[in-house]
Design a binder for this molecule. Structure first.
Ligand SMILES: Cc1cc2nc3c(=O)[nH]c(=O)nc-3n(C[C@H](O)[C@H](O)[C@H](O)COP(=O)(O)OP(=O)(O)OC[C@H]3O[C@@H](n4cnc5c(N)ncnc54)[C@H](O)[C@@H]3O)c2cc1C
Ligand code: FES
Ligand code: FES
Length: 471
């Protein structure tokens, strides 16, 4: 039996029997003949395919990359494309008007994506700062106009906007049927409770488990995989929650980086700074913390931060739950302790205590939207000038994200500002890791950066340095 996907497209309720593993971009351009959204890279990098989505339960529209989003993910949601924005007035949306007046488009290939990103920004924030505008554009590549006229247009649109635009209203759609959308050839399950999720996981061990899809859906967009069965974590109430309890924040296993960001800002501003460089607005709106950890990538940015913060991870299956320290979760290159029938229910991070100083440094070739060459996270607690606890973790230095435990041991009980102590800790970092050479950096470069970051941290927490853009 076929359960159609229901969504609101540019204000109109639509039901479609397309396969739920069709990319949204493919559906828009193929079935709907809406060809404003472009395909540049088909892997979430260039932003030419950007659209605005408001998934069920969300308060605002967010820009998202339609090339790596699947139709099943839009069940019960609202989708606005550049055509929908263009229909909002005689001269289009106000962002389109100012872009035309400012000469902000040359070949025009990137323009629909840029219009969606900026319209999304204006919807969330009617008085964006310069840095908000740059942040909103970090996921949109323009190869010919140059960014100055685009940024100027964004400022002009912000100055002209008096209120939220009417075009980005949301309509309610009846939510997913219990047995998912699609048919027996391609079924997309949307469980609403943890019990339903682990039940489906046990019943369909061959199904793909999908959160935001910013890693996993690349296999559909790029490698043209087809998925007969997919289970989405997105609507699972227990996984959508963020709670503070017993001295820790518990981030549910389907919370996106954008949802996590305000909590990081409140407690660990350095982690928040890193997350603002995590992909782009489009990627952070869809990508989840749990998906980042489940990948067990040695260069994922979440793991070093969360290990240094002494986070733990709770895994669930039909038999119950178990909680592990996060550093015990990573077993080998892209291998984790997650069993085939388990899901990540939550990630718990102890709240900072008096004297703790957390900093993270992401070293990458490009500031925005780039993978880390090395990511170093430091969390030391100082009492009367002495180090009373230390957690140091790196990404990009080994097959898994890894703690530098011998450097931690060299620091604990010591005066951090004693040059001999610092030297011993740096030597310990040097002997802990045997990094590899790849296109992002040589082994020697990585080794040197990892050691130098400890110096950087000590200077930072002593107030000797200011935040440097390139980090
Ligand atoms: C353009 C671009 C830029 C990026 N930039 C960065 C970056 O700067 N730093 C970085 O670290 N990463 C980056 N990424 C990678 C990716 O965005 C992140 O790893 C993201 O957090 C993945 O989350 P997701 O929800 O999209 O995961 P998905 O793609 O949905 O899933 C990833 C894996 O996690 C599993 N999974 C998801 N949720 C659960 C759960 N609850 N329980 C068990 N398993 C689960 C899935 O089965 C899958 O195997 C980037 C990706 C792109 C395309
Ligand atoms: S086509 Fe490049 S991000 Fe989608
Ligand atoms: S106008 Fe040509 S890529 Fe931006």
């Amino acid at each position: 039996m076929t359960n159609k996907i229901s969504l609101v497209l540019n204000g109109e309720t639509v039901k479609t029997d397309c396969r739920p593993d069709t990319t949204v971009l493919e559906w828009l351009r193929g079935e709907r003949l809406l060809r404003g959204s472009k395909e540049g890279c088909a892997e979430g990098d260039c932003g030419a395919c950007s659209v605005l989505v408001r998934r069920a339960g969300e308060e605002n529209y967010s820009p998202a990359n339609s090339c790596i989003m699947l139709m099943g993910q839009l069940e019960g949601g609202n989708l606005t494309t550049v055509e929908g924005l263009a229909a909002s007035g005689p001269d289009g949306h106000e962002v389109q008007q100012v872009m035309a007046e400012n000469g902000s488009s040359q070949c025009g290939f990137c323009t629909p994506g840029i219009v969606c990103s900026l319209a999304g920004l204006m919807d969330r924030n009617q008085s964006p700062s310069d840095s908000d505008i740059h942040d909103a554009l970090a996921g949109n590549l323009c190869r010919c106009t140059g960014y100055r006229p685009i940024v100027e247009a964004a400022h002009a649109a912000a100055a002209a906007a008096t209120a939220k635009s009417d075009v980005l209203q949301a309509s309610k759609v009846d939510l997913d049927p219990a047995d998912g959308v699609g048919d027996d050839g391609c079924r997309f399950y949307l469980p609403k409770t943890l019990q339903e999720l682990v039940g489906l996981r046990a019943e369909h061990p061959d199904a793909e488990l999908l959160a935001g899809g910013t890693d996993k859906a690349l296999a559909v967009a790029h490698a043209k995989e087809r998925w007969p069965k997919t289970i989405s974590t997105r609507n699972v109430a227990e996984l959508r929650a963020i709670n503070t309890q017993d001295g820790a924040i518990h981030f549910g296993g389907a919370t996106t980086w954008e949802e996590v960001l305000p909590h990081l800002e409140a407690h660990w501003p350095s982690f928040a700074t890193l997350v603002r460089r995590f992909g782009s607005t489009q990627i952070r709106a869809m990508g989840t913390m749990a998906g980042n950890l489940a990948n067990a990538s040695p260069i994922g940015d979440g793991a070093p931060c969360l290990i240094a913060l002494n986070a733990s991870i709770t895994l669930a299956n039909q038999d119950g739950e178990r909680t592990l320290p996060l550093d015990a979760f990573f077993l080998d290159y892209r291998k984790s302790a997650l069993a085939a029938d388990e899901v990540i229910k939550s990630v718990s991070v102890p709240l900072p205590t008096e004297g703790e100083a957390f900093r993270v440094y992401k070293i990458s070739k490009r500031y925005d939207q780039d993978i880390s060459t090395v990511c170093g996270a430091f969390n030391l607690k100082l009492t009367d000038g002495k180090v009373t606890s230390a957690r140091i973790a790196y990404g990009g230095m080994a097959a898994t994200p890894l703690r530098a435990t011998s450097a931690e041991d060299a620091l604990i009980g010591q005066d951090l500002h004693d040059a001999a102590v610092l030297q011993a800790a740096k030597q310990a970092i040097g002997s802990t890791f045997t990094p590899m050479t790849d296109m992002r950096g040589s082994a020697q470069y990585r080794a040197k950066v990892a050691v130098n970051l400890l110096d950087r941290y000590v200077r930072d927490i002593s107030g000797e340095t200011v935040e440097v853009m390139a980090l």
